[in-house]
Design a protein around this ligand. Structure first.
Ligand SMILES: Cc1cc2nc3c(=O)[nH]c(=O)nc-3n(C[C@H](O)[C@H](O)[C@H](O)COP(=O)(O)O)c2cc1C
Length: 725
């Protein structure tokens, strides 16, 4: 069975002209099938052309019969007059139209399928494009002989057409040219990601239901808009800051009152950036140097340490914002007009992130760029609210279904796509919420945090971050790929490209070559992820586990330690780094720096793992993952942690590595306890009494107890983790 889905432009009109009902019923079946397959379909008789606004349609499937002596059916007579008038001597009247025709006729009559033939000729002459060859079905031999295979072939053809909407592309391009921001012009071809991705959702189950339950109540709108007669907010700071890289209201943020003044946002300049992975590596990792300027960042100077992270305020993708503006039908001028938000009702409260716009003017375009998250996982209240803004009942019903108990599977499939709000608007094309409603429904756009990978002891005026440019592909099971007779075959996969908000933007700024100034703020270091000063822990061993960009803060730790050692007469305490990457040659981050720390004895021991480089593993007797290396050295690690009061730091991905390392550590503690049972009583005694299991057996340590030991280390700040999702 061919598959189709909700596409970038899934709107399709099924239009018919029928004398005795054949074309009518065949076209209705096509319409029903189209809706089930996720298209936003409508079905009309040709003479209702005023109702369905024929001149505005972009994708049309005609099903027309012939009657009399090669004449069109009566219920298309008026349509023909209008069509003739519109196309007379205008060769581009329908250049926006993509169409296909299924003609019904009978070869016993002299003008076989004359209506379909004429329609085809006339539309082509008026600039329209046939997206699928016409089918001519013969009643003399049986209509179904042609109709059925023709319909089977229609779906993939329609799917292809729906992948791209020329109008949206044109509009988005037009809007973009009006945006005063840089586009992805310098972006290499390989990094380009389609602005909108089709969603592959199966709504067939919906058609069998008579009712749905569990749909939440739609929230009431809270915002209204008042356009203000003042200069665009873009002009407020012209000349002071590159507008690409700061929200127009950044000055308010610089003066915002934080409880901890060191957390107040400031402007920082990107000084340089370089890619530190090989071009063939799976991910691009960049190291970026930023400057703390003299004026803006006095409050941060002297307040940051290796192990801290800075928040970066990044905007949404400009092309995405432009496409949303186009999809909502907002004219460029209106999108850039300054406005205030007001409460619709005095008793209601605006969402916190929009409150500033009650007093400070901003445009819809800037709010969409800087204030709302366009890529967060859709929640049911959002879908429920969007259902209220659909002009087509099929879109409304599908959105309500997604919020219902019965639609849970389809809702989960929707979330698996990680859709942007643009993907949703395209999937439900008649949904056009007012912009002020859309922004109040979307969550705030949070700044993104990056660990600093240098130490102020080296240079307090510069900070450095390392990050992977977030671009990835989701693989989603195609719900239409399993036909009834081939249920055992593996389902086809639908691939969806996604990219992060901040890192592609930072890369773009870096490529622009100019010294962009961006808004940043120190993030509170709640875990105290810092290396204590050498003077405070002169001989305490330090273990660091940081695969991939998780190594970043440890480069800062080692810089700090290197400086401290230069100023100290004491011998370097034991320091051990566990680092992991895919390949010894493609993505061994900070290789030269790490080697230097080994050479100058700042780093006593180094364990590097290569997850996808079996040659390097064999040559260097290396492990695959950091947790493997830890288990390999279980005795030493246990001894350091249990007998030498070592400090253990872990940084990186929470879900995979963070959990695996924690598990490995618990195993290490259990293994050591099994070999040295005499330590068990004192270990158990160190745990809070409330956490101990009732059936306390002091002769062996269970995994659960080992995990409690790790928890206790965390409380004591001996096992400190900085993990990210
Ligand atoms: C009175 C009459 C005249 C017809 N004239 C033609 C004709 O000129 N050319 C043709 O190809 N088919 C002709 N047909 C065949 C129909 O187009 C065919 O039966 C078709 O399936 C009818 O579809 P409908 O029920 O949607 O009108 C004619 C049928 C009838 C009953």
């Amino acid at each position: 069975m061919p598959h189709t889905s909700n596409y970038i432009d899934s709107q399709v009109a099924i239009l018919y002209a029928s004398q005795t009902g054949n074309a009518e019923s065949i076209s209705y079946n096509i319409y029903e099938d189209a809706v089930k397959r996720g298209f936003s379909a409508s079905w009309h008789v040709l003479d209702d052309y005023e109702k369905f606004k024929f001149n505005e349609l972009r994708t049309v499937v005609f099903v027309v019969s012939t009657t009399g002596d090669g004449d069109p059916p009566d219920n298309s007579a008026r349509f023909w007059r209008v069509l003739r008038k519109a196309t007379r001597s205008n060769t581009s009247a329908y250049s926006h139209l993509r169409f296909t025709i299924l003609g019904l006729g009978d070869t016993n009559y002299s003008n076989f399928c004359n209506t379909a033939q004429r329609l085809d000729k006339q539309l082509l002459a008026a600039g329209a494009t046939a997206f699928y060859p016409k089918g001519l079905a013969d009643d003399a031999t049986g209509l179904e002989e042609t109709v059925e295979p023709w319909i089977d072939g229609l779906w993939p053809a329609l799917a292809q057409v729906a992948q791209c909407s020329q109008q949206d592309v044109d509009q988005a391009t037009d809007q973009l040219s009006k945006l005063d921001v840089s586009t992805d012009a310098q972006e290499p071809e390989a990094t380009k990601v389609q602005i909108s991705q089709p969603l592959l959702l199966d709504f067939q189950h919906m058609a069998q239901l008579t009712s749905i339950t569990g749909v939440p109540r739609a929230s009431a709108p809270v915002c209204s808009v008042v356009y203000v007669d003042e200069k665009s907010p873009r002009d407020i700071s012209s000349g002071a800051v590159d507008m690409v890289s700061c929200p127009p209201w950044y000055k308010d943020l610089l003066n915002s009152n934080c409880n901890d003044p060191s957390l107040t946002p400031f402007i920082s300049t990107i000084v340089s950036a370089k890619q530190i992975t090989a071009p063939e590596a799976l991910k691009r990792t960049l190291v970026m140097d930023l400057e703390l300027s003299d004026t803006d960042s006095q409050h941060v100077k002297g307040c940051w340490r290796a192990g801290d992270a800075f928040n970066i305020y990044a905007p949404n993708d400009t092309a995405l914002v432009a496409a949303i503006i186009a999809k909502l039908g907002i004219k460029a001028h209106d999108a850039q007009r300054p406005l205030h938000l007001e409460k619709k009702d005095a008793k209601m409260e605006l969402p916190a992130h929009l409150r500033r716009f009650t007093t400070a003017a901003a445009s819809i375009q800037d709010i969409l760029l800087w204030s709302v998250d366009l890529s967060s996982l859709p929640r049911k209240p959002l879908l429920r609210a969007l259902a209220e803004y659909c002009s087509e009942n099929s879109d409304r019903q599908r959105l309500l279904y997604l919020c219902s108990k019965q639609g849970l599977k389809t809702f989960e499939a929707l979330r698996a796509h990680m859709p942007t709000i643009l993907d949703l608007l395209h999937a439900f094309p008649s949904c056009t919420p007012p912009p002020e409603r859309l922004i109040e429904l979307l969550p705030p756009l949070a700044p993104r945090s990056y660990s600093i990978c240098n130490a102020p002891q080296m240079d307090a005026t510069k900070w450095r971050i390392a990050f992977n440019v977030v671009e990835y592909e989701l693989e989603i099971e195609d719900p239409f790929s399993r036909s009834e007779d081939s249920s055992s075959a593996a389902p086809a996969l639908h691939r969806v490209s996604r990219r992060g908000v901040c890192t592609p933007w930072l890369e773009q700024l870096a490529k622009s070559g100019s010294k962009s100034r961006i808004l940043v703020a120190k993030r509170p270091n709640l875990n105290a992820f810092h290396l204590p000063a050498l003077a405070d822990i002169p001989q305490r061993p330090v273990l660091m586990v940081g695969p991939g960009t998780g190594v970043a803060p440890f480069i800062g730790f080692l810089e700090q330690r290197f400086k401290e050692l230069q100023q100290s007469a004491d011998a370097a305490p034991f320091t051990w780094l566990f680092f992991g990457c895919r390949s010894s040659v493609l993505d061994y981050l900070f290789k030269a720096d790490i080697q230097q720390f080994v050479d100058n004895k700042t780093l006593s021991r180094l364990s590097v793992c290569f997850s996808r480089d079996s040659d390097a593993r064999a040559q260097l007797a290396a492990e695959k993952y950091v947790q493997d290396a830890m288990l390999k050295h279980a005795d030493e690690i246990a001894d350091l942690m249990l007998n030498q009061n070592a400090l253990l730091f872990v940084c990186g991905d929470a879900k995979g590595m963070g959990k695996d390392v924690n598990d490995a550590l618990a195993t290490i503690v259990c293994m050591y306890a099994a070999k040295h049972p005499h330590i068990i009583p004192s270990l158990l005694e160190s745990l809070p009494k409330s956490k101990l299991p009732v059936d306390l057996d002091a002769s062996q340590l269970s995994k659960a107890q080992a995990l409690q030991v790790l928890m206790q280390w965390s409380v004591q700040k001996r096992y400190v983790r900085d993990l990210w999702a």
